[in-house]
Design a protein around this ligand. Structure first.
Ligand SMILES: Cc1ncc(COP(=O)(O)O)c(C=O)c1O
Length: 370
C-alpha cells in the first residue's frame, strides 16, 4: 500500500529533492559551496519577498523562536505573545524561559487573532518591544491575518516577529511589504525538505534591534551568520545534504511561480474543506481564517481521533495527525502543504469517508467483544 502522507509536517519530498540528496560532499569553504549557498540565499529571498537578508542554520522551527529572542531582544524586555494554539503558546513559553516579561493575548483555539484584539492588547501594554505572531497555527488550522496584525504592531512601535513555520513557501507572505522584522521557518513543512534547517528573514528594523540586544549568544548570532553569508559561507559546518535539498526545492517553487504555488495551496485548502464538509464532519477552524496548508476537523460523533487515525493508517495508508494539548483526541489534522496535489487529497478524502464508516459502524451481531 502506498503511503498518503498527510502529516502537517514533515511533508512528502519531491523526487527532485530526494535525488539532490544523493550528491557527494563538497568542501564547505570552496567555490562550489559558495556558489550553491549564494544561489540558495538569492532564491530564498525571492520566496520571502524581501530585499533584506535571509540566513540559514542547522536547526528546526523552535530554534527560530530562540534565535529571534536572543538576537532582537534583551533580558526583561516586555513582549506580547499572540496565542491561538499550541505553537503560539510554545513561542510564549520560550520567551518566559529567556527571562522576557511575556504578556499574552489568548483567543480560543480555532479562532484567529484579529487586528482589533491586537490593537486593544497593545493599547493595554504600550511598553512591549515586540509582538510574537504565528502566521499559520498548525495545531488548529488557522491562518492569522498577518498584514493587518503586522500593521497594528508597527503602529504601536513594536517589532514584528513572525513564526512562518507552516506558511513560508505555501501562503502569501510579504516580508518587506508587510513590514515583518524577523520571519522564521523550518525546512520540513512547505519547503518540501527533510527536517533540519532553520531559515530566517531579517529586515532593517530587525538589524537595528539586533544592534541594541543584550542577550548572550553564539550559535544563533545573526551578525556572525551575516558576516559568513556575505562570503557565501556559514559560521559552522553547513548541513550540506539538506542544503542540496533546499536548493532543489527552491528551484521547484520558483519554477512553478510563487503566485501559482499560493494558488495551488488555496485550491487544496478549498478541496479539503469541501470534502470534509460533504462527509458531514465539522471543520474546526473559524471558516473566515481557515488555513490552506492544514485542515483540522472533528471525527464522527462518538469516535475518537485516535480510533479514526488508526483505521486511516491501517486500512488506507493515510498518515494524518490528531490534535495537540486539550485537542489531542478531539480533532484530526490533514496537511496539504509543499509537495501536495489534488489527487493526494482526493484519495485521502475517499479514505476518510471509508474510515469514518468503519469506525462508526455498530459492532456486528455475534462479534466477540474485545
Ligand atoms: C507553527 C509552528 N511553529 C513552530 C513549530 C516547531 O517547529 P519544530 O518542531 O521544527 O521545532 C512547528 C512545528 O510543527 C509549527 O507548526
Amino acid at each position: 500500500m502506498t503511503i498518503n502522507f498527510r502529516l502537517p509536517g514533515p511533508t512528502p519530498l519531491p523526487p527532485a529533492v530526494l535525488a539532490a540528496m544523493q550528491r557527494e560532499m563538497i568542501p564547505h569553504r570552496g567555490p562550489a559551496f559558495r556558489d550553491l549557498f549564494r544561489e540558495i540565499l538569492r532564491l530564498a529571498k525571492l520566496v520571502h519577498r524581501t530585499d533584506g537578508d535571509v540566513l540559514i542554520w542547522p536547526g528546526t522551527g523552535s530554534a527560530g523562536w530562540e534565535a529571534a529572542i536572543v538576537n532582537l531582544l534583551s533580558p526583561g524586555d516586555a513582549v506580547l505573545a499572540a496565542v491561538c494554539g499550541n505553537f503560539g503558546d510554545r513561542f510564549a513559553q520560550v520567551g518566559t524561559a529567556f527571562g522576557l516579561d511575556v504578556r499574552r493575548l489568548d483567543v480560543p483555539w480555532g479562532e484567529a487573532i484579529t487586528p482589533e484584539a491586537l490593537d486593544r492588547a497593545l493599547d493595554a501594554h504600550p511598553d512591549v518591544s515586540a509582538v510574537f505572531l504565528t502566521h499559520n497555527e498548525t495545531s488548529t488550522g488557522v491562518t492569522n491575518p498577518l498584514p493587518e496584525l503586522a500593521r497594528s504592531a508597527r503602529q504601536h512601535g513594536a517589532l514584528v516577529i513572525v513564526d512562518a513555520v507552516s506558511s513560508a513557501g505555501a501562503l502569501p507572505l510579504e516580508t518587506d511589504a508587510w513590514g515583518l522584522d524577523f520571519v522564521l521557518s523550518g525546512s520540513q513543512k512547505a519547503w518540501m525538505c527533510p527536517p533540519g534547517l532553520m531559515i530566517a528573514a531579517v529586515g532593517a528594523r530587525g538589524w537595528e534591534a539586533h544592534a541594541r540586544s543584550r542577550f548572550p549568544r553564539f550559535f544563533w548570532d545573526l551578525s556572525a551568520a551575516k558576516r559568513s553569508a556575505d562570503q557565501g559561507m556559514t559560521p559552522t559546518t553547513p548541513p550540506l545534504t539538506l542544503l542540496y535539498a533546499y536548493r532543489a526545492a527552491l528551484d521547484l517553487i520558483v519554477g512553478e511561480g510563487l503566485e501559482a504555488v499560493w494558488g495551488r495551496h488555496h485550491a487544496l485548502g478549498e478541496q479539503t474543506r469541501e470534502g470534509v464538509r460533504e462527509l458531514g464532519l465539522d471543520l474546526f477552524a473559524d471558516p473566515a481564517y481557515a488555513s490552506d496548508t492544514v485542515t483540522a476537523f472533528a471525527p464522527p460523533t462518538g469516535v475518537t481521533a485516535s480510533a479514526l487515525l488508526e483505521v486511516l493508517r491501517r486500512d488506507h495508508g493515510v498518515e494524518a495527525q490528531g490534535g495537540q494539548g486539550h485537542l489531542v483526541d478531539r480533532i484530526v489534522r490533514f496537511g496539504h502543504m509543499g509537495w501536495a496535489h489534488q489527487d493526494d487529497l482526493r484519495d485521502a478524502l475517499v479514505a476518510l469517508k471509508r474510515a469514518s464508516a468503519t469506525v462508526s459502524a455498530p459492532p456486528q451481531a455475534g462479534a466477540i467483544p474485545s
